[in-house]
Ligand binder design. Sequence first.
Ligand code: ZN
Length: 318
Amino acid sequence: MANSTQDAIAGTTADALYQTERYGSYSYKVPVTAGTFTVDLHMAEIYSTTAGARSFNVSVEGQVVLPNVDLYTQAGHDGAFDYTVENVRVTDGVLNITLESLVDNATLAGFALYSADGKLDTSVPEPTCSGYVAITYDDGPSGNTGAFVNALKSASLVPVTFFVNGANIGNNSAGIRQMLEVGEVQSHAFNHVDMGSYSAAQVTDQLSRNNQAIQNAGAPKPTIFRPPYGTLNNTIRQAASSLGLYSITWDVDSQDWNGASVSAIVAANGRLQNGQVILMHENQPNSLTAIPQIAANLKSRGLCPGKISPSTGRAVAP
Ligand code: ZN
């Protein structure tokens, strides 16, 4: 149960913290990593006006740290009372704070955790995914690679798939290594050419040179190929297949290459359904700006970024 007061609180400048309370017998179970914590407990008697009207026990990690505490006796009516518990060792992933009512209700206005070696465990609970979509960026690496990687990390929009051109790698393998921090590097042919009229040998030359450039830059041998301009025919498919590359295009074209606005790119991602793949480009600033909104939109729809299956070309769990 919760209660609050408008009264000023003595003994603190943080009146608002002490003006609300949660009362009764109850526990907090705070998910944390293993570590040693300091727990600051913040309390105030904002209800009773006499000694003996309320008393309770406070336990941290099963140990009673404040037995039979009477806040009125400690700090009077509307007075801040703080208690610090040091060296709280947590090994089970949960820091427990338990209030046990003795006379009237136990009460706590707030608490704070500090630790040199532990922290709140934000990995719990695991997010649940009702489906997976493939976020892809073509035509890198470029001068934008670092910015994309940082934005993807901070929005937790990972993993993604980069389809790269070996001609863009040059002597700069740093871009490929950055890409690997947030996903996979796959093939977009060595040069950004339309291979619609290419012979099998010409296609094979483009794809094998690109595989080599990607591997030389430190990435695994590609398993998926997206042709420049989406140009696919049987010659291209077969040449790719003989090099171990599954050919795909996309389900949704963000049109970022065609001047689409940030909101249009976000909306295009909003049309993705489970298993689908979207086309974006690493040299398009609007696609960079769109990253946080894309992440929020997918999350609101219960969809998670996935990887592309090299056997089906569909987005699957990473
Ligand atoms: Zn391209």
